[in-house]
Design a binder for this molecule. Structure first.
Ligand code: PLP
Length: 378
């Protein structure tokens, strides 16, 4: 029992003593509150909050887009855009796609009575296979896995010929707006797992959607308000913080990825290394995620290789300041059936490496030790 007289009025008045106009912080403080005064334009954090609003403004400037809507995760961004579809609509997705996205589309299509068509959009002839009743096309480029390219302008052009009202959605997570701007190439919506490069520190989850279409943006904001999939203020604050170093991290990732591509290409235990096509038209640079295939006779040695590494953590995270190693077959694409993985050409021999901000020499030394271990233990 609290016996202090006027306790309630004291605690209530305290926060009014902090005058933000006098404090003048050099970065925006964290507005970890759900409610705002009735006179505030923010109203209620599910509707808007200064932290995610500022993040959205920064991303929108970077992307050159009219609108950015932040949500709780990359999967929430994917879910938000596919929610624009109606029963009996036709959704086309690319065959090469993140395993959870693949699973999500299958579930979504089954529950909502959506016609799901999977094409190899990395091949030009797939343009002729896009059905005339298409309503939405979703793809990643570069793709996860294999870093293949889908031509955003060719797919957009073809789809708009078939149905001018269809939407092109590009998952631009791996290219980032620093290296690829899908909205300038014909896409209607661009989505990100902000958990990856935007965050860069494996400490926050988030999703972003950008568009120039006012009506779509309003629709997505209304959906977010009513379904509650907002990005929480602390995550928004962390993501905004990470954006101060975004370009520096990406520059470094790009430099390391190029160097590591040549390094891995010379390793005798490696059969093939995947690196995306940087054509300077669509894709103008690339970060830190590479794939390689272990030689066929050494496929069972992935565990020996990954365990021997000291600088690479095993796990699903990526695109951050620390290096990571993963086997997509059992990791990012675990939710797909063996047959589906086989159809995609994804085997246990595929390894994903994400390079952090460690020095190149240290990374090479660590990898050499890993590859030596593949050969030595039996
Ligand atoms: N899109 C891509 C290309 C991804 O790689 C991922 C996650 O790895 C996602 C979307 C999902 O993002 P999140 O984990 O933030 O929900």
């Amino acid at each position: 029992m609290n016996n202090n007289p006027n306790f309630s009025s004291i605690t209530r008045s305290l926060h009014h003593r902090i005058d933000n106009n006098r404090v003048k912080p050099v970065v925006t403080p964290l507005y970890q509150n759900s409610a705002f005064s009735a006179e505030s334009p923010y109203f209620y954090t599910r509707k808007n909050n200064p932290n995610y609003e500022e993040l959205e403004q920064v991303v929108s400037m970077l992307e050159g887009s009219a609108h950015v809507i932040s949500v709780s995760t990359g999967m929430a961004a994917l879910s938000a855009v596919t929610n624009l579809l109606r029963p009996d609509d036709t959704l086309v997705i690319n065959k090469y796609i993140y395993g959870c996205s693949h699973k999500f589309f299958q579930r979504f299509a089954a529950y909502r009575n959506i016609k799901l068509i999977i094409l190899d959009l990395c091949k030009k002839q797939a343009l002729d296979e896009i059905p005339g009743d298409v309503n939405m096309v979703v793809f990643e480029t570069p793709t996860n896995p294999f870093l293949k390219t889908v031509s955003i302008s060719q797919v957009s052009e073809r789809v708009k010929q078939l149905n001018p009202n269809a939407w092109i959605v590009v998952d631009n997570t791996w290219a980032t707006p620093l290296y690829q701007k899908p909205l300038n190439l014909g896409a209607d919506l661009c989505i990100y797992s902000a958990t990856k490069f935007f965050s860069g520190h494996s400490d926050v989850m988030g999703g972003l959607i950008s568009t120039n279409n006012e009506e779509l943006a309003q629709n997505l904001r209304d959906d977010r308000f009513y379904n509650g999939s907002i990005l929480d203020p602390h995550s928004a604050w962390l993501l905004r913080r990470s954006m101060f170093t975004f370009h520096l991290r990406m520059d470094n990732h790009q430099m390391v990825a190029k160097e590591m591509f040549s390094f891995l290409s010379d390793i005798p235990q490696v059969a093939k290394v995947y690196y995306p096509e940087i054509d300077n038209q669509q894709l103008k640079g690339y970060g830190c995620i590479l794939f390689f295939e272990i030689r066929e006779d050494l496929v069972e040695k992935y565990q020996s290789f990954s365990k021997a590494l000291n600088l690479f953590d095993t796990g699903t995270g990526m695109a951050c300041v620390t290096s990571m190693v993963a086997q997509p077959y059992t990791g990012s694409h675990a939710s797909m059936t063996d047959d589906e993985k086989q159809e995609m050409g994804l085997g246990k021999n595929l390894v994903r490496l994400c390079f952090g901000l460690e020095t190149i020499e240290d990374l090479k030394q660590d990898l050499r030790a890993g590859f030596n271990c593949i050969d030595c233990d039996d």
